[in-house]
Design a protein around this ligand. Structure first.
Ligand SMILES: Nc1ncnc2c1ncn2[C@@H]1O[C@H](COP(=O)(O)OP(=O)(O)OP(=O)(O)O)[C@@H](O)[C@H]1O
Length: 263
């Protein structure tokens, strides 16, 4: 008889290799007197299927951390292991090509996979359905709202068949209602695809709404100071009392850290 695996969070089981593991990762920008220690020995992991939100005051190194995981930059010391997982990244700005249609933007991401034109069209149509933009394939980005553009960006990220999705304040520029809708959609897609997600935000309630864990980073240099498991049942509502209660606790800790740092 096999021993029952211990549940550590929605996607976590003991003994499973994490989707991403950071081991004592430090990042120094520049050299000599003008060098800046942005991250200081950050160790962190996320399991496949786990949603981890990263919170911290401005400048604590959240984007630096995501860039390192994405392989866009290299740590000064320490190591990052994502195995052979495919990684996709989403930013606050959707960064779509304005001269391409919505479908064209998604198809571009499929081109690198070597799909032929017919297959690309069919796959892009499927992905646009997933993000509820089925009727907008022929529109150009400027004809869409901010929330719709972020949906295209999400479809493009999904086109990369990623196992690990890195999201850098993806909904930071959206109004509360649009953000709420996108939270629901992201949660559905995350579950269906068993993605590992690292999600950077400044918004504490958003982190509690979405995360299996909320990881708090200290200000300059960035270090992990708290790792809160979020045990609230899903689906959660951003405005609910239980989300507000945990968000209150985390906000207090964040304020303490900002005060300690003197800004
Ligand atoms: N390419 C770079 N060269 C030099 N310094 C950098 C570079 N990128 C970031 N920094 C510095 O490293 C620190 C961490 O920056 P980073 O953008 O990772 O923080 P952040 O937590 O994502 O900030 P924000 O919440 O404001 O987006 C900051 O002090 C920033 O000025």
């Amino acid at each position: 008889m096999t021993a029952p695996t211990q549940e550590l969070g929605s996607g976590r089981t003991e003994g499973q290799r994490p989707a991403v593991r950071l081991d004592a990762v430090s990042k120094v920008y520049g050299r000599g007197a003008s060098s800046l220690l942005a991250l200081d020995k950050v160790s962190l992991d996320a399991a496949q299927g786990e949603f981890v939100c990263l919170l911290g005051a401005s400048g604590c190194g959240k984007s630096t951390l995501l860039n390192l995981v994405a392989g866009l930059d290299r740590p000064t010391t320490g190591s990052i292991d994502t195995g052979d997982r495919k990684i996709a990244m989403m930013f606050q700005e959707p960064a779509l090509f304005p001269w391409l249609t919505v479908a064209g933007n998604v198809e571009l991401a499929l081109r690198v996979q070597g799909l032929d034109r017919t297959a690309r069209r069919a796959r892009a149509a499927e992905l646009l359905d997933v993000v509820h933009l089925g009727g907008f394939a022929k529109k150009r980005p400027h004809e869409l709202s901010g929330g719709m553009r972020q949906r295209v960006s999400l479809a493009r990220a999904l086109a990369q068949e990623a196992d690990l999705l890195l999201m850098d304040e993806p909904f930071g520029a959206l109004d509360a209602m649009t953000r709420d809708l996108l939270h629901d959609e992201l949660e559905r897609i995350w579950r269906e695809r068993n993605l590992a997600v690292l999600f950077v935000t400044h918004n504490v309630r958003e982190a509690v709404r979405l995360g299996d864990r909320v990881v708090l980073l200290s200000s300059r240099p960035g270090q992990v100071i708290e790792d809160y498991p979020v045990r609230l049942p899903r689906p959660r509502r951003t405005e609910s009392a239980d989300v507000a209660e945990l968000a209150g606790v985390i906000t207090e800790r964040l304020k303490e850290e900002v005060r300690r740092h003197g800004r």
